[in-house]
Design a protein around this ligand. Structure first.
Ligand SMILES: NC(=O)c1ccc[n+]([C@@H]2O[C@H](COP(=O)([O-])OP(=O)(O)OC[C@H]3O[C@@H](n4cnc5c(N)ncnc54)[C@H](O)[C@@H]3O)[C@@H](O)[C@H]2O)c1
Length: 349
């Protein structure tokens, strides 16, 4: 029996997770697979009520007792330092060593792309390193707040960290019959980390002779993602470059309202979340677009090995756009709940 923890979180998080849960239940029913969903109260409300973000015991239970978690969003104006989001989201990422940030960017509806004549075949998967690089928190400041202030931020790149993300990208390309993996870096300037990434990329890639490999500098890649995104299939890159490029990829393939993501440690645990935030400006109004959360539901099913159910959930997203059953941000008139009911009905039919 697969077990999934649902963490609604803040703002529109619980609204979109509610839709994802109903879609997961309907897909599990349709395919006769056993799936248990449990809601977890980890959010700003709980922090403000009890002064607790997440306890060590909760972190342990989430990872030990569940196969994966699906999180809505965290971020609340009443917690300006976002301490609860940091403890819960980043805490889980580091605690469970979720070293892959998996960001699929597939053009499901060309009309939603800001590009002129986008290629309908555009389908990129970003493998962003999720635990190292410039986000490792190494650094400090000296003479802070004075005109002589010095701030240093170090980029951490370990052989182990680079090897496992590069290998994950090639393994994914192999498993999903993709023909090319692209490394993105800035090796012409950041030569130490660039040297390590390029060496490992060549080493690991040599084990996958069917798969073509190329390397792009990040500035050229930013331009090319706008010019000809259809050229890219699997992209592997560092934490910082992946953070930026995967948002660019999401935008050219339809916007953040459609973009799911996964934080993965293969064979161990995973946490899935829509790329958008908690959108406090529209929370509680029933107009939050749940498609990114539905995309996450499909990723959860795929993570659990329930590929047929995942494919059916995936298909709900373009279908709802085609049929005009969308929220106002995509031009429709449906509420968040109505989109969910329509999809669950489609899956049960
Ligand atoms: N992974 C996460 O949990 C995550 C990610 C980004 C931001 N945040 C947090 O969310 C809060 C708000 O951040 P922000 O305003 O910069 O980004 P945001 O993504 O929440 O909102 C940006 C804009 O997009 C709209 N929007 C976002 N998601 C939408 C959806 N599903 N349907 C329709 N419209 C949607 C919002 O109404 C807003 O106008 C902050 O506290 C931030 O820290 C959390």
């Amino acid at each position: 029996m697969a077990r999934v923890a649902l963490i609604g979180g803040d703002g529109i998080g619980p609204e979109v997770v509610h839709v994802a849960a109903s879609v997961l239940e309907a897909a599990a029913e349709r395919h006769g697979v056993a799936l248990t969903l449990h809601h977890w109260d980890l959010c700003a409300d709980r922090y403000l009520r009890e002064g607790i973000t997440i306890t060590d015991e909760e972190r342990n239970r989430l990872v030990d007792e569940y196969d994966a978690a699906l999180l809505g969003a965290l971020g609340d104006p009443r917690v300006p330092d976002n301490v609860h989001a940091r403890d819960i989201l980043l805490g889980l990422r580091f605690f469970a060593d979720l070293y892959i940030n998996f960001r699929p960017c597939r053009l499901v509806a060309p009309a939603l792309s800001p590009l002129k004549d986008p290629d309908p075949a555009t389908d990129i998967v970003f493998f962003r390193e999720n635990t190292e690089g410039l986000y490792a928190g190494l650094g400090g400041s000296f003479k802070t707040g004075t005109p002589h202030e010095i701030a240093v931020e170090e980029s951490l790149n370990t052989y182990k960290g680079v090897e496992r993300i590069v290998r994950a990208a090639f393994e994914h390309a192999d498993r999903t019959s993709r023909s090319r993996v692209t490394l993105v870096d800035k090796a012409n300037v950041l030569s130490y980390e660039g040297g390590l990434w390029r060496r490992v990329f060549a080493e690991v890639g040599a084990g996958f002779p069917r798969i073509a490999r190329d390397a792009m500098y990040v500035d050229a890649m930013a331009m090319d993602l706008v010019r000809r995104p259809q050229r890219y299939e699997v992209v592997v890159t560092s934490n910082l470059f992946g953070d930026i490029l995967s948002d660019l990829g999401a935008q050219v393939t339809g916007g953040l309202g459609l973009a799911p993501s996964g934080n993965l440690n293969p064979g161990s645990w995973a946490l899935f979340e829509p790329v958008h935030g908690s959108a406090p400006d529209i929370a509680g109004k029933g107009i939050a677009n749940p498609l990114a959360a539905v995309g996450c539901a499909a990723l959860v099913l795929r993570w659990l090995g329930m590929d047929a159910a995942a494919a059916d959930v995936d298909a709900c997203v373009p279908a709802s756009i085609r049929e005009g059953v969308t929220t106002a941000d995509l031009g429709g008139a449906a509420t968040t709940g109505e989109v969910g009911e329509w999809m669950a009905g489609r899956l049960r039919d």
